[in-house]
Design a protein around this ligand. Structure first.
Ligand SMILES: *Cc1c(COP(=O)(O)O)cnc(C)c1O
Length: 452
């Protein structure tokens, strides 16, 4: 980065990683829509391929637009380096790839984005990787789940879908003692609300699809490295500490030191797995990130107003927003994300499953989508959608029981958000009139629906 590292967050989110285009003076970062880059001569090409010189070869590995985004995300997270990927799920696999091998496992929080539970419980088995899910509030259970083949602890800062706050410092201590990295999915918090590296995380992963882009336009992901982990302290991470056979015997940690993980992620991870972000996506995300702090302030303020209103509504059983004094996670907000508890939480309705579906169907301003972190307010019923693949037991453990809806509060006028919830909750039926989860639309409810 050319700019002083003591710039504040609001400055870094606009400037970090970018400089006027050297060829044209263009102030905004151009979209370098190119696949390949001309080598100066044969020696230059050889030096690039040997990683003796850093430069652009081919856009599966690196691209100037994507590189600006990687540098900007690393700067905002306080990391040494970052690599961008085609989606948040790609970022999770990319994060694990240099650490894992057949027979190795991770210990993960059981409160996760639904797709991540599926990725960790099903898909990674095909690589011979395992995952043990634990309640990360039970620190003894976390310690007990770690064995000699464990290569990382994984959690979300503000965990899906309930907006629970994870005690990152406590997990980092356990990871440290075991000689393994803590990987934190910081998607729902963003670096504006929490910088996990300051709480001891080694790697931070993002779905840039969500708040970082903020407009619901492109999918993307990122892995940020703190640069502080000693990959050579034990023999657990041979891809980084030992000669890497997939890179003619190069020892990444010895050669690149604090940038070992980032170089490995590009030179081996992107090269061989190919989960590359395209420059168009990087452009949209760069535009979105320029206003990240402004949007997060408004998201948090709206979430506070809306969750307080919902908590007082007679049809509502409970609201999980950690910014509410009633939340068991309220005390953690100050420690982990003092600027606010994000804008993602769940609401359980006294009317159960049926009332949840009616609420979702009757909202007008809210969009019913499988997404979060948009400027728009969004709602989903996890048990029938994102968390559908889970067993009933996993749904409850994940905070996605059948009587729960997940809200992602947008940055609209909060009075309009509340008015929309008010009219839809009225149609979802008062608790006394609730129907059983299995009766599909009694006459009374169909009339209500037609009237609405
Ligand atoms: C959306 C999301 C993901 C997956 O990201 P994609 O970009 O959809 O692949 C992972 N973790 C969290 C917390 C998410 O919200």
């Amino acid at each position: 980065m050319d700019e002083p590292t003591d710039y504040g967050f609001d400055t870094l989110q606009i400037h970090a990683g970018s400089r006027p285009d050297p060829a044209t003076g263009a102030r905004q970062t151009p979209i370098y829509q190119t696949t390949a880059y001309v080598f100066r001569d044969a020696d230059h090409a050889a030096a690039l391929f040997n990683l003796q010189e850093v430069g652009f070869i081919y856009s599966r590995l690196t691209n100037p637009t994507v590189a600006v985004l990687a540098e900007r995300i690393a700067a905002l997270e306080g990391g040494e380096g970052a690599v961008c990927c085609s989606s948040g799920h790609a970022a999770q696999l990319m994060a694990l790839f240099p650490l894992m091998g057949p027979g190795k496992n991770i210990v993960s929080s059981n409160r996760l984005y639904g797709g991540t539970v599926t990725q960790f419980s099903q898909t990674i088995k095909r690589f011979g990787w395992g995952c043990t899910f634990v309640d990360t509030d039970d620190l003894d259970a976390v310690k007990a789940a770690i064995d000699e083949d464990t290569r990382a602890i994984f959690c979300e800062t503000i965990a899906n879908p309930g907006g629970y706050i994870t005690d990152l410092d406590a997990l980092a201590k356990i990871a440290d003692a075991a000689g393994i990295p803590l990987i934190v999915d910081n998607t729902s918090a963003t670096p504006y609300l929490c910088r996990p590296i300051e709480h001891g995380a080694t790697l931070v992963v993002h779905s840039t699809t969500k708040y970082l882009t903020g407009t619901g336009t492109v999918t993307g992901g990122a892995v940020v490295d703190s640069g502080a982990f000693n990959w050579s302290a034990n023999d657990k991470f041979p891809s980084l500490s030992q000669p890497e056979p997939a890179y003619h015997g190069l020892k990444f940690h010895e050669t690149f030191e604090h940038l070992a993980y980032t170089f490995h992620a590009i030179a081996v991870g992107l090269r061989d797995l190919g989960m590359t972000m395209n420059p168009q996506a990087a452009h949209y995300t760069l535009l979105g990130m320029e206003t990240l702090s402004l949007r997060m302030e408004k998201h948090v303020a709206n979430a506070m107003t809306v969750s307080e209103w919902l908590e007082g509504h007679p049809a509502v059983e409970a609201v999980t927003y950690a910014g509410l004094k009633s939340s068991p996670y309220y005390d953690r907000v100050e420690k982990i994300c003092p600027r606010g508890a994000g804008a993602l939480f769940t609401v359980s309705l006294k009317g159960g499953y049926d009332a949840c579906l009616k609420l979702v169907d009757n909202l007008e301003l809210f969009s019913h989508v499988a997404n979060l972190g948009d400027a728009r307010s969004l709602i989903i019923h996890p048990a029938s959608t994102t968390h559908r693949q889970l067993t009933a037991e996993q749904q409850v453990a994940a905070g996605a029981a059948p009587n729960i809806v997940r809200l992602s509060i947008g940055i609209e006028d909060p009075r309009d958000i509340i008015a929309d919830l008010e009219q839809a909750l009225a149609k979802a039926g008062s608790p006394g009139k609730a129907t059983s989860p299995h009766s599909k639309g009694t006459p009374a409810t169909s009339i209500q629906k037609k009237a609405g």
